[in-house]
Design a protein around this ligand. Structure first.
Ligand SMILES: [Mg+2]
Length: 318
């Protein structure tokens, strides 16, 4: 970033041999977050995490972020006794931005009847090397980073809490007990797999890839459509999120729950894929097969037989 906030435009200087990756994500109160459930810091963190995860999905290095906010007047003005909402929102967003070395290089703020945050992320990737959804071939193995279902399990727990606690408001938000912190970590504090995406591109390991934002069943179907292939997932191999021996996600949440922001990628059968990349585990969960008429795009293989894995990704709060 040569010129950031303060002038009419930001000026970005591209490095030789790179191309730019651009992604935009809209977060709306009641749809992607709830003001009465999510602290301002969590909303800020999750807003940026969505964009960073899309860069990770292509193996792009973050260059700059641009943020447009529309907020109800009471969230902008400093009416509250302690912190104004918008200041805490920026705290959450800028903390993650600093960790991922992503400068906020511009944006806009306006009053709006509904809280909305629109984030634009610019990344850079060596020319012709970005991970695409379209490169998977029959015979490739399918891998996932990290563990799946944690965000959906956390969201389900929050919904239970909210049902027990009765109506919450922005000024009197849902109280989250400290004992639930580990259980809610994947939902409140997702860690985009930028380092893992960069590693995959640098080492030319992946034939195709995307991030798990909508859920494994939905995102793997997307990958198969773009690559013109089908896939088989081994249910027993799916890394289901656990935070204690007793607590964690269900297999259904791991298969269909969105917002895990892990990477799903494919690699050739002879490619050596490490068990972990930049400190995050990598698990082989299935294989790419030829597409056949009358057969499902994605098949789930379980101990009791095979069944189609229909895209049933989470529709958040709809
Ligand atoms: Mg994505």
């Amino acid at each position: 970033v040569r010129v950031g906030i303060g002038d009419d435009c930001a000026l970005l200087r591209a490095r030789a041999g790179e191309e730019l990756a651009v992604t935009t994500d809209l977060s709306i109160d009641g749809r992607h977050f709830r003001l009465e459930w999510h602290s301002p810091e969590v909303v800020g963190h999750r807003t940026l995490a969505r964009g960073l995860s899309d860069l990770a999905a292509m193996g792009a290095r973050p260059v700059a972020a641009f943020l447009s906010l529309g907020l109800p007047p009471e969230l902008i003005r400093n009416r509250w006794p302690q912190h104004p909402w918008i200041g805490r929102f920026y705290d959450g967003l800028l903390k993650l931005a600093a960790e991922y070395k992503t400068p906020l290089a511009g944006g806009d703020l306006a009053e709006s009847p509904v809280a909305v945050a629109d984030i634009v992320l610019i990344g850079a990737v060596p020319r012709g090397r970005a991970m695409l959804r379209s490169g998977a071939r029959a015979g490739d193995r399918i891998y996932a980073t990290g563990a799946l279902g944690g965000a959906a399990a956390g969201l389900a727990r929050i919904a239970e809490l909210a049902a027990e606690a009765g109506p919450a408001t922005v000024k009197r938000p849902l109280r989250i007990p400290a004992r639930l912190r580990a259980a809610l970590e994947p939902h409140f504090n997702p860690r985009p797999r930028v380092a893992q995406g960069l590693w995959l591109v640098r080492n030319r390991v992946a034939t195709a890839g995307l991030d798990l934002s909508d859920g494994l069943s939905t995102d793997l179907n997307h990958l198969c459509e773009e690559s013109g292939v089908a896939a088989e997932v081994n249910a027993a191999a799916v890394p289901v999120y656990r935070y204690t021996a007793a607590g964690g996600a269900t297999l259904e949440q791991a298969l269909h729950g969105g917002e895990d922001y892990e990477l799903l990628f494919t690699a050739g059968p002879k490619t050596r894929v490490p068990r972990s990349i930049a400190g995050v585990q990598v698990t082989e969960i299935g294989r790419v097969v030829r597409r056949r008429a009358g057969r499902p795009l994605v098949t789930l293989i379980t101990a009791s037989g095979a069944r189609p894995l229909e895209p049933r990704g989470w529709e958040h709060f709809s």
